[in-house]
Design a protein around this ligand. Structure first.
Ligand SMILES: C[S@@+](CC[C@H](N)C(=O)[O-])C[C@H]1O[C@@H](n2cnc3c(N)ncnc32)[C@H](O)[C@@H]1O
Ligand SMILES: [Zn+2]
Length: 234
């Protein structure tokens, strides 16, 4: 994958590195990352109805120890998508919890949950005193689901773009890059990014998505096949 020719420690900036992030985090120089926006495995052993996806690597546990490390890394803030907050007692207390409101409500979603799952939580850890927003963003973000056609838990690029737009920043890190949404969002906004992805199939998808992405998320080439219902958990 071609990066932007800049370096972040030993890593090529604006690339996705194939491998487990834990192995590499210590090699990221202090101050090199402004933001983390990431969607770690939730520890739910998710099984997508799209059998072709298979299980998510590392989804047998929420990567608590790595998250504790990650929180200390960026200059401005970290954001972690998270399912059931109360299942993670040893999680450092976030400053606040944001909500991604999935605008197409209803659907089957997580059928073990009593209510239809129409939102997701995002844990917010600002770095005090450096943290600064551009304005005063709401803690509710509305965005359509992504469809999960290429990855079982794809986050909408537009959702990540909106979060990045809250900041004046240079570089965002996504240590659990999946299909590449954070990289696509950063690229669309003309920002630098670095990603890690441990699963070679998802790594290839991320590289394709980021390289081939023609521009703003609304113009994606991989249009979802609307003849298929989206019944995935996320
Ligand atoms: C919840 S998904 C992220 C989905 C992503 N937000 C997207 O929009 O496609 C978590 C991803 O982390 C990857 N993963 C799991 N353990 C990892 C690790 N230790 N280091 C890097 N990636 C890992 C999984 O393969 C999976 O693709
Ligand atoms: Zn770059």
């Amino acid at each position: 994958m071609k990066g932007c020719k800049r370096k972040i420690g030993p890593f090529d900036c604006c690339t996705v590195v194939l491998g487990k992030c834990e192995k590499y985090l210590k090699q990221i120089p202090k101050g090199a990352i402004d933001l983390i926006v990431t969607d770690p495995p939730y520890g739910k052993n998710l099984v997508s109805w799209r059998k072709e996806h298979g299980p998510i690597l590392g989804d047998d546990h929420f990567p608590m120890e790595t998250i504790k490390q990650l929180i200390k890394l960026p200059r401005l803030a970290s954001y972690f998508f998270c399912h059931n907050l109360w299942e993670h007692e040893s999680l450092p207390k976030p400053k606040s919890v944001l909500v991604w409101e999935k605008v197409e409500i209803g659907g089957t979603g997580d059928t073990k949950h009593e209510h239809s799952r129409d939102y997701e939580m995002i844990l917010f850890y600002p770095r005090i005193p450096a943290h600064r927003f551009k304005g005063r963003p709401s803690d509710i973000i509305s965005a359509s689901k992504a469809g999960n056609y290429l990855h079982p838990t794809t986050k909408p690029v537009r959702l990540i773009e909106e979060m990045l737009e809250w900041y004046n920043f240079k570089t965002v890190l996504d240590p659990y890059m999946g299909s590449g949404s954070t990289g696509q969002a950063a690229k669309a906004l003309g920002k630098h990014f670095l990603g890690f992805e441990a699963d070679d199939k998802h790594h290839a998808t991320a590289v394709w998505n980021i390289n081939e992405e023609p521009g703003p998320s609304s113009q994606r080439r991989f249009e979802p096949d609307i003849s298929q219902p989206s019944l995935d958990i996320f």
